[in-house]
Write a protein that binds this ligand. Structure first.
Ligand code: PLP
Length: 389
């Protein structure tokens, strides 16, 4: 199996796996039971992991909170902010291309009285900073814009968005789930107030992630989402998932900028070669800053569902894993003005440090054969080739 679906999830790194094992076997204490040695060991391991994440992000360990992943983090941030700040204002700005974790949570908040502005994006998936500023109102409490899109890899100008948020004294939350671990991010130099991350997107285990909440002179007030024990300063109850937290700490400590360059070179190789090899295919948002590991490719008149079932040796996806059972075209591509038919003929390829050029060569050969076969059997393709449509 050639695995090119790394934006859905990544293979766990052996070093991460090894680091987790002792906390599943011998060191199984509850990290809150600090009266005894096993509990203290677990507690110490969690604080070490927190330090590793903080060091990678260039922030204080006190600004890091653990969750079960990015979806929980996003729910916590959006619901928690609305709960605390709705007496000041009910207006939230986001974009149509956000992950469903953001969009569906905001849909629920809208039913509770939140007023949501969805920014349009251009054909490259970019928002306009002028439009963003013009949509800011006196009652705007939050700007929620992702750092990098999971389907196209398009990177938003988070520094400029943060500067605008600061200028207007509005909180800025960025869903950085896909960016963190792939591109360097300097939170201390940005005006991001809150962001989130997820271990399984960066060779860590599934089911663990977290949020960064900037400590400011006027502290950010976030209502807890999960209440219970006093874990995470009473901000997120529930027994610590020690082994997974150790795993995410390790994943952060081994993520390196060397990988970013390696991924970019793989992506460029793949895109050049596939465009040369297969007629009528193109890369979405090719000319704008994108994640170095993501290619979203349109194959004219080849339904992604047909292509994926023909490619039994390759793991790819037609969009976000959370909606890949959907028959609807991607909300991200259609928001970019791409026709539904073309969106349904688009496939996401996402690479990781384990992807090799040889795998990409084999994948392109298989894709070429599958595309030819599908097009040969397609009346629409014949009409298209005969210039009749
Ligand atoms: N946000 C983005 C941009 C994502 O790509 C994902 C995962 O697909 C999530 C949020 C949700 O992450 P998790 O699987 O940790 O809940």
């Amino acid at each position: 199996m050639i695995y090119l679906d790394n934006n859905a999830t990544t293979r766990i790194d052996d070093e991460v796996f090894e680091a987790m094992l002792p906390y599943l076997k011998e060191s199984y204490g509850n990290a809150s039971s600090i009266q005894h040695k096993l509990g203290r060991e677990a507690n110490q391991a969690i604080e070490e992991a927190r330090k590793k994440i903080a060091s990678y992000l260039g922030v204080s360990p006190k600004e890091i909170y653990f969750t079960s992943g990015a979806t929980e983090a996003i729910n916590w941030v959006l619901r928690g902010i609305f709960a605390r700040y709705q007496s000041i204002g009910k207006h939230i700005i986001t974009a149509k291309t956000e992950h469903k974790a953001v969009l569906s949570t905001l849909e629920i908040l809208a039913k509770q009285g939140a007023e949501i502005t969805f920014l349009q994006v251009d054909s490259n998936g970019n928002i306009s900073l002028d439009e963003l500023e013009s949509q800011i109102r006196k009652d705007t409490i939050l700007i929620s814009l992702m750092a990098a899109n999971n389907e196209t890899g398009v990177i938003h100008p988070i520094t400029e968005i943060g500067n605008l948020a600061k200028k207007h004294n509005i909180l800025f939350f960025s869903d950085t789930t896909q960016l963190i671990g792939k591109e360097s991010i300097e939170l201390n130099k940005s005006n991001i107030d809150i962001c989130c991350f997820s271990a399984h997107k960066m060779h860590g285990p599934k089911g663990v992630g977290g949020i960064f909440i900037r400590r400011k002179s006027r502290p950010i007030q976030l209502e807890p989402l999960i209440t219970g024990g006093k874990q995470e300063n009473g901000m997120r109850g529930g027994t610590y998932n020690t082994a997974s937290i150790v795993g995410i700490g390790k994943a952060f400590s081994i993520a390196s900028s060397h990988e970013t360059e390696q991924l970019l070179s793989l992506r460029n190789y793949f895109e050049e070669k596939i465009i040369q090899t297969i007629e009528n295919c193109s890369v979405h948002a090719k000319a704008v800053p994108r994640l170095g590991n993501t290619s979203n490719i349109h194959f004219k008149h080849v339904k992604s569902s047909e292509l994926m079932s023909a490619l039994t040796n390759i793991a790819i996806s037609s969009g976000s894993a959370c909606v890949s059972g959907d028959r609807d075209p991607s909300h991200v591509l259609t928001a970019m003005g791409i026709a539904s038919d073309d969106a349904l003929c688009s496939v996401r390829f996402s690479f990781s440090k384990y992807t090799t050029k040889e795998e990409l060569d084999t994948a392109i050969q298989s894709i070429e054969a599958a595309v030819k076969k599908i097009r040969n059997q397609s009346p629409i393709w014949q009409l298209y080739k005969a210039n009749l449509i």
